[in-house]
Ligand binder design. Structure first.
Ligand SMILES: [Ca+2]
Length: 503
């Protein structure tokens, strides 16, 4: 038996309830905690500044400022094929009384230490999961349908349930508020939670969500396939040229020439303006390169369901260095077709056929990864708040997927219900989750806390652009569908000189 007796544990809790803080379960004793389908594998006190983690993506130096905490590791096994690793970090002192679950990226397969640390610094009890497998490939899914479900939504939900139980055991009280905070794949997880497990969180941050997960894989594979032809590739040195032309076409539409397109959805830009007039000309694109750019901006329509899978938008070009022939956009898309759709590790990009393969995306296991269900009513009805953001210059995940989903939710539930519970902030000039030319630093968790805990619904959020460590331009981010409009006087680098208005 891996448990302390229930009686012992209940006595410890009773001691805490009577005000005897020293009788609350110590970090050590959490090892004896018994939870369904859960094995606590470690519970150790980490002194202030004492955390370092090989493979955490940053050196120990990045964690020197962490307060002391109780680090709990657990393995969740909801099915015989499940192997879900979870960590729960519990501040030893200064707990803010709240719980924050942090999301993952791409195919994940790793605990998100940097995000856990960010939550801990704010006083949160926090948790993260590896989503049930190790490593960044989808090969885990081959022959393991239960592991794919763990990745799709089960690991995140069960992590949340068990982490709250661990919080309760350690502090002797349940968290006052619980939040999800994730971007990219973590934004997909965020929306899955809101859609499927409305009781898990009081507030959910869905950043740059891969909500049309499967559709995005088709976009990634289509582009990667086209770029097998070297003639079609736009070189890194040509991207600034294309970007300048796109911005030039639409920058002034929003009333301010500031290098930013406030509403790229309304920007009509044809890269043919850059097509070379003669062979060997410089500072121009060849006809195949123009076609590549058009493809990247263009949607794919599912031939069977007629659903439109949106593309990237003008302004995002500087981020196109990673499309198609390297790294993440290609591998996440390729992996989806290999291991989820065709279950064939030898499947190759060259086999992709949009007419026949795209309809497969909305079936079975593939569809289960998407987070496009509009039924947020149970989450809204119990008071849940959803804060979504997406950079317009996201080169990884179509930013148009976010307003498309928002509008579908409005159509399904009505504008009134959405107004009370859901805000989308599109961020001009922001890349994937962060970075880019526009003001892109803003307080997501603080904004959500104020909404959930004090009823202050955010209609605008001030964002800052930082370069070289210096804070520069500020600008309001406006609740969709509003956009920032210059008042006509004062610096265009000061948020106060802008209003949020209907476009
Ligand atoms: Ca502008």
């Amino acid at each position: 038996m891996r448990t302390i007796s229930f009686v012992t544990f209940a006595l410890l809790l009773a001691g805490f309830a009577n005000g005897d803080v020293s009788a609350a379960p110590s970090c050590d004793s959490l090892r004896q905690l018994r939870l369904p389908d859960t094995t606590i594998t470690a519970a150790e006190q980490v002194p202030a500044g004492g955390f370092s983690q090989a493979g955490a993506g940053r050196g120990g130096q990045a964690y020197r400022d962490l307060p002391g905490f109780c680090r709990v590791s657990a393995t969740l096994t909801p099915t015989t094929d499940s192997d879900i690793k979870v960590e729960v970090w519990l501040p030893e002192s200064g707990w803010n009384g709240k719980f924050q679950a942090v999301g993952n990226g791409a195919w994940s397969g790793a605990i998100g230490y940097a995000a856990l640390a960010d939550a801990l610094r704010l006083g949160y009890a926090a948790s993260s999961t590896d989503t049930g497998h190790v490593g960044g490939s989808a090969s885990f899914a081959l022959g393991h349908p239960e592991k794919l479900i763990d990745f799709a939504y089960r690991s995140e939900h069960l992590m949340t349930v068990q982490a709250k139980a661990i919080v309760n055991a350690f502090y002797g009280t349940a968290p006052k508020y619980s939040y999800w905070n994730g971007c990219s794949a973590g934004g997909r997880q965020a929306l899955k939670e809101a859609q499927m497990f409305p009781q898990d969180f009081d507030g959910i941050i869905a950043g740059s969500p891969g909500l049309d997960w499967s559709g995005r894989t088709a976009q990634a594979v289509r582009i990667a396939q086209a770029l097998q032809n070297e003639q079609a590739r736009i070189t890194a040195s040509q991207l600034p040229l294309l970007h300048a032309a796109a911005v030039s076409a639409c920058d002034a539409q929003d009333g301010v020439k500031d290098g930013l397109i406030q509403n790229p959805a309304a920007c009509k830009f044809d890269p043919a303006v850059l097509q070379c007039k003669s062979a060997g000309a410089a500072n121009c694109l060849t006809a195949p390169q123009v076609e590549t750019a058009r493809m990247i901006y263009s949607p794919i329509t599912n031939a069977r369901t007629k659903r439109v899978i949106t593309g990237l938008v003008p302004g995002s070009e500087l981020g196109w260095t990673d499309l198609g022939w390297t790294a993440s956009a290609r591998s996440t898309g390729l992996d989806h077709f290999r291991y989820v759709i065709f279950k064939d590790p030898a499947w190759d990009l060259l086999k992709f056929n949009a007419a026949t393969d795209v309809p497969r995306l909305e079936d079975g296991e593939s569809a289960a990864l998407d987070a496009r269900d509009t039924n947020l009513k149970p989450f809204f009805d119990r008071g849940g708040k959803l804060l979504q953001y997406h950079g317009w210059s996201d080169p990884q995940i179509s930013p148009l997927a976010s307003p498309t989903y928002y509008e579908r939710v409005v159509a399904a539930l009505g504008a009134g219900a959405v107004e009370k519970s859901y805000r989308l902030f599109m961020v001009p000039g922001m890349g994937h989750c962060t970075g880019g030319e526009g003001p892109n630093e803003f307080d997501k968790i603080g904004t959500l806390e104020a909404w959930v805990e004090q009823g202050k619904a955010p209609n605008q959020i001030t964002a800052t652009h930082r370069s070289g460590g210096q804070a520069g331009r500020t600008r309001p981010l406006c609740a969709y569908p509003q956009v920032a409009r210059y008042k006509g006087t004062g610096s265009i680098d000061e948020a106060a000189n802008f209003n949020c208005v209907k476009p």
